[in-house]
Design a protein around this ligand. Sequence first.
Ligand code: SF4
Ligand code: SF4
Length: 243
Amino acid sequence: MFELLKARILHGYQAIPDPLKAKINQAFPGVPRLSAGADLAALAKCCPVNAISDSGLDLGRCIFCGKCQRLDPEAVSFEADFRLAADSREKLIIRPGQQDYPETSIQTRLPRQFRRSFALRNVSAAGCNACELELGACSNVNFDMGRYGIEVVASPRHADALILTGPISQNMEAALYSTWDAIPGPRFLILSGACAISGGIFAESDKIRRSFASKLTVTLYIPGCPAHPLSIIHGLVTLMRGR
Ligand code: SF4
Ligand code: SF4
């Protein structure tokens, strides 16, 4: 008994007091900034996933490898800010000189009945498993997203939303549609991680089928490779409660 108490005291209090205001390691590559005069053509050449174009840096494709920042640290920097989620695909393009991200990134709010309780069904559609691990971490004692009434459920019948991870292989396409059809309406689609948003590092594969993600209305995009638990929780809670 004494040993148990000692272990409990040494263990301390593990839960992050407020995940929405958590301090993240300064080395975390979060919200990117492009300088007004950034040479996008030169930066585009170094990006392994074609995340940089004439328009800017696409958070939906970026795998946060840091190559562009190492090539030209004056032109690209990544702030230690996990508030990466957005409510539209267009908002995920960070443009040169842009400073209003993430303040304007999520303006959608869920209907009132979802503001205190939100059940998610995850479908892992052929990713590398890291996005699923980070989603699982959201429910652990550190991040504890259950405190906001958010839980990952075992059946689509009990879900309010489908949270997709992975790029969607042809073998997962039918299962994904079946899961979506089994979720009672109103239902919401959330894409977590670069693979789910754009195909990520698998985008060029001929085994990828993107029709599900392109046909349906997406309520929330959570960038990352993988998406960090704080990014996931911030995106979901903002969607539920607003800013
Ligand atoms: S950090 Fe993102 S935009 Fe920059 S090179 Fe890597 S994948 Fe491309
Ligand atoms: S986005 Fe990155 S971490 Fe997530 S499934 Fe794809 S490769 Fe893995």
